[in-house]
Design a protein around this ligand. Sequence first.
Ligand code: PLZ
Length: 452
Amino acid sequence: MPLSPAVGVNPPALPQVRKLVTEIPGPRSKALAARLRQAVPRALHSPTLPVFAAQAGGGVLVDVDGNSLIDLGSGIAVTTVGAANPEVVAAVRQQVAQFTHTCFMVSPYESYVALAERLAARYPGLPADAVRAAFFNSGAEAVENAVKIARAATGREAVVVFDHAFHGRTSLTMAMTAKAKPYKAGFAPFAPEVYRVSGSYPYRDGRTGPQAALSAISQIETQIGAAQVAAVVFEPIQGEGGFIVPAPGFIEAIAQWCQTHGVVFVADEIQSGIARTGDFFAIEDSGATPDLITVAKGIAGGMPLSGVVGKAEVMDAAGPGGIGGTYGGNPAATAAALAVLDVIERDGLAERARQIGAVLRDGLAAIQQDDPRIGEIRGRGAMMALELVDPANKAPAAALAKAVAAHCIGAGVITLTCGTYGNVIRFLPPLTISDDLLRDALGVLRRALSAI
Ligand code: PLZ
């Protein structure tokens, strides 16, 4: 008997309910977990007890034991249009039947160009004909390429990043990521010419945006020198670092400084982009115009695709052959991405992200009324989080966050933790989730908090 229930080519739409038929994890997940521990290095073992996926879509994930769990993670902000969106599935299926791969640099294809055009049309603050886009595979690869492009455009070397930043796990992006454990410890040496400055974390630093920006700018000017800086790379809402929304005015002030000093301002929208926060790009909320934007995750409905989008004169600074790769902008992924953009635009998913944000915020605020360990509720749209603390002194409550997430998955709700101190629970549901599922999940969260 196969371990996983067989799923047909056209699986029926999944019932959108939370329903447990075994304990979590169930016997099939446990058996697979035993094989995983034997076959896969421990670096990739899940911290909480895993359920193995059989099927997913809408706002649920069905595991190999037939349990239906509410998905508040979207595979870390990836399956924005759902994990088996019919349009994405159809687009991929049609593309792979035509050809799976040619290498864009060998024999180009239209979907890559069309995707570049579509993203140019969505670029904040610039006309589409002033924008170019190049595609890669992972988020880290996009960030690496943004830095290469910025260095080529400026002839400078230094890269400035912020406290609590996450930009990836490759050599360069590991240097750009802030948190040592588990991302950096044991993996030195790190790429040179990466400098970290303080950011804006209103809940903990209590500073207004312009004040926080002044401090970052003075660190850059005194410790690096503006004329050395190729790029400032920042997340408009920090993801892995704890869903930290900078204070109003912070992004604008940094953008302004970059413009004055000829520094390439890179918005890393890998987690916050593609309608997740209620705007197509999270930076739109600030009104600032970045020079480059990195995209990945939500762009291609689960297919591995990332990109750098930005000002034509900056993007064109890298010479022919200077950026690229065998698989970057693979045709199955670009076809999926075009379908994702169609669905987002046709179904008004940015607006839906705002509604989801309102449902989550109201529900979380009601829980917070009875639970002072919820220090802060923050985020925008369907990128929402709570920071758990000791109410006496705001000390991060990481063990509590871990226990709450474990309790939630045991009751059939997938949540993710994050934060430099590990004490943030984040909510990144697919934008196709129903309000009923969200309310059910909030009830589970409330019971988890009161049980611990
Ligand atoms: N930039 C802002 O959020 C990936 C990483 C999870 P890759 N975030 C999830 C983990 O433990 O590795 C991310 C991000 C931002 C860059 C990246 C890197 O994207 O596709 O994981 O390389």
